[in-house]
Write a protein that binds this ligand. Structure first.
Ligand code: PLP
Length: 291
């Protein structure tokens, strides 16, 4: 039963048309969203995702027409209705229905949509053998444009990178920032392990990933050295290990970048350990859906 959506105060059949074509989310990508996972009947890092959604809303001057607690309650209600045990949850808030003009003052009220559905591992078998990545010719939007910290509905840049990965037969695309430093993947953050240090770029040029923060926490708990600093493709090609992090992708080992094998071309030992600990964590913590 994955049948229901939450749309503006009502639970509606997922096949029923329910959003106006004049909604500015549809017309202009004027809105924000979150991607959240449920594991074992619990919602992982629920507060962190709701907080990031609110920060994205603040950044685009959008008022979410419910409190954080109300939104969390509606998400839990939808998960129960759809009998979610392991799944993917997507709250989407748009500027709402307006007219063809760009001016958001024409949109009376934000649109609130929630999707909750089952979810299979994003990369299937590739977690064992490792993922291939290519550097895309597109650059990650710099903070001077739509700030990459905003999880906005403007994902065209990311879609273009994804298309390039598909065309070049890779599992993911890696963005550089405007200065040529590594930024992040099309829908995931990016890490290298170089000289035993777990390194990821500063989040000024990428999304402040919740999985990124969790991976850093786990690495620190294991007593591994971690660092947040810029690096280039030279460091990626020379790295001992590389991996991506994301709510959908979880922690995924990267074994090839731009046709170059990373070390021996197999998932590295630290990455494998991180993946195991992450799996344990997601399966044992979170906000209960059914209590
Ligand atoms: C562009 C981008 N970067 C990184 C991530 C990973 O963020 P998180 O770990 O919070 O899912 C995502 C997915 O949400 C994303 O869309």
């Amino acid at each position: 039963m994955t049948h229901w959506l939450y749309v503006n105060g009502k639970f509606v059949d997922r096949d029923e048309p329910c959003i106006s074509v004049f909604d500015h989310g549809f017309l202009y990508g004027d809105g924000i969203f979150e991607g959240i996972r449920a594991y074992n009947k619990r919602i992982f890092k629920f507060d962190e995702h709701i907080d990031r959604l609110h920060n994205s809303a603040r950044a685009i001057d959008l008022t979410i027409p419910m409190t954080k607690d109300e939104l969390k309650a509606r998400i839990i209600e939808l998960c129960r209705k759809n009998e979610i045990e392991n799944g993917y949850i997507r709250p989407i808030i748009t500027r709402g229905k307006g007219d063809l003009g760009l001016d958001p003052r024409r949109c009376e009220k934000a649109t609130v949509v929630i999707v909750a559905q089952p979810f299979d591992p994003l990369y299937g078998d590739a977690y064992q053998k490792g993922l291939t990545v290519v550097t895309t010719c597109w650059r990650r939007n710099p903070p001077q444009c739509v700030n990459p910290n905003i999880k906005s509905l403007n994902y065209l840049n990311n879609v273009l990178a994804r298309i390039e990965a598909n065309q070049r037969d890779a599992d993911e695309a890696l963005f550089l920032d405007n200065e040529g430093y590594v930024s992040e993947a099309s829908a995931d953050n990016f890490f290298i392990i170089l000289d035993e240090v777990v390194i990821t770029p500063p989040s000024v040029t990428n999304l402040r990933g919740i999985t990124r923060a969790t991976a850093l926490e786990i690495a620190k708990e294991k007593g591994w050295e971690t660092a947040i600093h810029v690096f280039t493709l030279f460091d990626v090609y020379a790295a001992k290990e590389c991996f991506i992090t994301g709510t959908a992708a979880e922690i995924g080992p990267v074994v090839e970048v731009d046709g170059r094998k990373i070390d021996n071309g197999k998932p590295g030992p630290k990455t494998i350990e991180l993946m195991k600990t992450y799996k344990d964590l997601v399966n044992s913590t979170g906000t209960p859906i059914y209590e």
